[in-house]
Design a protein around this ligand. Structure first.
Ligand SMILES: Cc1cc2nc3c(=O)[nH]c(=O)nc-3n(C[C@H](O)[C@H](O)[C@H](O)COP(=O)(O)OP(=O)(O)OC[C@H]3O[C@@H](n4cnc5c(N)ncnc54)[C@H](O)[C@@H]3O)c2cc1C
Length: 495
């Protein structure tokens, strides 16, 4: 079977690893990975960059294998490439720089290529044309090749450009690579970072690492920083269970947000988290510093809020999302999505400590109520927030991109698929896929026999598609679908 993967980041590496582990005879497999970026494997998230940009999960549970959470840690401890990173001493509880995981991804891909069944094409794919007999892949330099199956693994986009600042002097539209951004900023510049999510946090930490002396402000509508990853391990859910979801499904019109919120509150109540504490987390009007301190205190008392929420997010967000009627999804996106983003994409504790230090030194401010950011005619920028005006010398764009919107490299190919009727935009982001097989759905709702999608492009269907844990589970599902049609597939994973 000839398979093309468009994009060679973590999703593609996870999928290849699963395919090679399960196919009995590699002769039956011919995989081509198309990657247009600087290095196949790391993708956007894990490329070479400053060491202050950390993976936000503990090393012992960060892996491309859904059934082997310790695979990355083993690689660090036992392989020449892993030991060569200088992090062979890392333990399961550590948080490592993202570039280290990039080395792991590149090495896994290298090994796959040595199997003889996988090869990388350093090309940008411009068009993908599925037909009844094959899928034609066309690259930017005009080469064409036909495959039995194609999987779109193109990842997500760069930060959203909300205020039309592109082209303004001292506006940096994308903080990555952080190494470049910090060298382009004057050490005493007053810097505004647009956004308060993980990308904005990376930017602030990079400035700190570079010895930046000027004041820094982070600003967004709500001023909500990522939560701190204070707890570890899964929670044994007793109330928010697949059975409870099945009962909720039977209700006329499908479950409401209130039904699901009720199940979560019962789960929290059973674990000793009061309704008042739970409401505190979703209350608008956050004080960034107080919230971080509150979370560290919570860690000391062992409150299980985060374990419950992240277990529910990684295990149940997908079936929950599919159960919710569209009107309820819209209500959720308006009122709760930002809370989920913060709570379920937390930052490592040391990152939070660094931010607290910067706030206490008076160098860092976190502002909510952002209304506008403008370039001033004579240079510099103005931020309007909560009716107040603040001035800056430089701005870095780090605002969250719309859900499921691919990066500029992938947009022409996705638009072309939509124009052909070979794919359909999902009203909640990305393109529509069949939930069981990740097959792309055509304009008339039929599942493409030969075209699948993995990762951010499927966010409208699954909602929670970013974390590696979710990506590797979804990669396994696509492997099942691919191998069901391939000769020489093993029933069970082969070691
Ligand atoms: C900055 C950042 C930090 C993150 N940190 C974490 C974290 O700590 N923990 C976690 O679990 N998740 C994290 N994530 C989530 C992240 O999305 C996933 O972990 C994972 O990296 C996604 O992999 P991917 O392969 O889907 O996408 P990507 O890594 O973006 O890879 C997609 C690849 O496709 C290539 N491509 C796109 N279009 C084309 C084309 N037309 N032709 C050829 N190639 C193309 C791109 O060059 C890119 O290399 C982070 C994400 C970002 C952006």
């Amino acid at each position: 079977m000839r398979i093309a993967l468009i994009g060679g980041g973590a999703a593609a590496v996870s999928l290849i690893d699963g395919l090679l582990g399960r196919v009995l005879d590699p002769e039956h497999l011919d995989v081509v990975v198309y990657e247009s970026g600087p290095r196949p494997g790391p993708g956007r998230a894990y490329r070479a960059d400053l060491g202050c940009a950390f993976i936000n999960t503990r090393t012992g549970v960060t892996s491309i294998r859904a059934d082997e959470p310790g695979h990355f840690l083993d690689w660090l401890h036992t392989t020449p490439a892993g030991m060569g990173t200088g992090f062979a001493h890392a333990d399961a509880d550590s948080f490592l720089p993202r570039w280290v995981f990039g080395e792991y991804l590149a090495d896994c891909l290298d090994h796959a290529c040595h199997s003889g069944s996988v090869r990388v094409e350093r090309q940008s794919v411009q068009r993908v044309r599925p037909s009844a007999t094959d899928v034609l892949v066309e690259t930017a330099d005009g080469q064409r090749a036909a495959y039995d199956r194609v999987v779109l693994c193109v990842g997500g986009g760069e930060p959203a450009q909300v205020y039309g600042l592109e082209g303004a002097p001292q506006y940096h539209r994308d903080p990555y690579p952080l190494t470049d951004t910090v060298t382009r900023l004057h050490p005493r510049a007053r810097v505004l970072v647009i956004g308060t999510g993980l990308t904005a946090v990376d930017t602030v930490l990079a400035l700190r690492d570079a010895g930046h002396e000027g004041d820094i402000a982070m600003a967004s509508r709500r001023g909500l920083l990522p939560a701190v990853r204070v707890s570890r391990g899964r929670w044994d859910l007793a109330c928010l269970t697949p059975e409870a979801l099945a009962r909720a499904r039977e209700r006329a019109g499908g479950p409401s947000l209130e039904t699901l919120g009720g199940l979560l509150l019962t789960e929290l109540d059973r674990a000793g988290v009061t309704r008042q504490e739970a409401m505190e987390r979703v209350r608008p009007g956050y004080d960034a510093r107080a919230r971080l301190m509150y979370q560290f205190r919570e860690a000391e008392t062992g409150a299980p809020w985060q374990r419950i929420l992240t277990t529910a997010a990684n295990r149940l967000a997908e079936p929950l999302w599919q159960l919710l009627p569209d009107a309820e999804k819209r209500r959720y996106l308006r009122g709760l999505h930002h809370v989920f983003q913060s709570e379920c994409h937390p930052m490592p504790p040391l990152t939070a400590v660094a931010l607290l230090d910067m706030m206490d030194d008076g160098q860092l401010t976190v502002r909510s109520g952002i209304q506008d950011v403008r370039a001033r005619p004579g240079g510099g920028f103005v931020l309007d927030a909560h009716g107040q005006r603040y001035t800056f010398d430089a701005v870095v764009g780090a605002a969250r991109q719309s859900v499921g919107l691919p990066g500029p490299e992938a947009r022409p190919l996705v638009s072309d698929l939509v124009d052909q009727g070979a794919a359909t935009p999902h009203p909640f982001g990305g393109i529509r896929v069949d939930a069981a097989t990740h097959r792309v759905l055509t304009a008339d709702g039929a599942a493409q026999a030969r075209l699948h999608a993995l990762g951010d492009l499927t966010a409208g269907t699954f909602y929670h598609t970013g974390p590696l844990e979710v990506i590797s589970r979804h990669a396994d599902r696509i492997t099942d679908a691919l191998l069901a049609a391939a000769p020489g597939a093993a029933e069970e994973p082969v070691a």
